[in-house]
Design a protein. Structure first.
Length: 247
């Protein structure tokens, strides 16, 4: 931190762009003359779509409540927490865990996930997921899980979930948890606590359609605020350039 302090005070950076607004605000207070700028992590286009068609492509029954875990299944991403939460749900629950992306499955985690698959409570795409399949996964989901552990940055999964207008259930730590809370896009649970995640899943399942529409609208608002256009504008602004009318 001492070295970073010196770099800021000695005008080492021409521009320094940051993804975390709350961190940026603190730095601006301490270094009012530093060239600090906010850079929104952009939400991609094209993730909205027909849920029924996406489920048909993925072979998922229409009546299931689908919880998506997308990406590499490292410990930091919290796949084990998601699996344990699903195993603790009542046997009669209608939730399906959709796990998509190359997973590091071995030992006890593989055994526990296989148990869910055997119960019909999980579907696993343990491989490279194509661009079309990626969109189908988000479109097919009712909610997206981000059970991250000690994850300090932002998340492309969060951006995709917002673009698809999905309810988000995230761990309560660091930037991802703060964004979900601030923008009201879903719920948060105690990081690393499978029981707390299971409770959050059950609470999500009790929301009626009117309540879910509110969450979808908030996610859509986040996607507009953190759009590719906003990203481009931030880059231009940091360079002291005007923003073209076509942006």
């Amino acid at each position: 931190m001492r070295g970073f302090d010196r770099l800021l005070r000695d005008d080492f950076f021409a521009q320094l762009l940051m993804l975390d607004q709350s961190l940026l605000e603190g730095l601006r207070h301490n270094y009012p003359k530093a060239p600090l700028f906010f850079l929104p992590d952009p939400c991609p286009d094209g993730f909205g779509g027909d849920c029924a068609e996406a489920r048909k492509e993925l072979g998922i029954f229409a009546d299931r409540k689908v919880l998506l875990f997308f990406g590499v299944g490292s410990r930091r991403k919290g796949l084990g927490v998601a699996v344990d939460a699903m195993l603790s749900l009542p046997a009669e629950s209608n939730f399906l865990l959709l796990v998509a992306g190359r997973q590091q499955l071995k030992g006890d985690l593989k055994h526990r996930l296989d148990m869910l698959v055997g119960r019909g409570s999980a579907q696993v795409l343990n491989r490279y997921v194509s661009s079309d399949e990626e969109k189908w996964c988000f479109q097919a989901a009712d909610a997206v899980l981000l059970p991250y552990i000690n994850h300090f940055g932002t998340s492309g999964v969060l951006s995709r979930a917002a673009s698809a207008g999905k309810y988000i259930i995230a761990s309560d730590e660091q930037l991802v948890g703060r964004l979900v809370r601030k923008h009201g896009m879903g719920s948060v649970f105690a990081s690393g606590d499978a029981k707390a995640l299971a409770d959050a899943i059950i609470a999500f399942g009790r929301h009626d359609e009117a309540a879910l529409i509110v969450f979808r609208d908030r996610a859509a608002g986040y996607a507009r605020e953190f759009s590719r256009s906003a990203f481009r504008e931030a880059i231009l602004r940091s360079l002291g350039l005007g923003i073209p009318r076509s942006v």
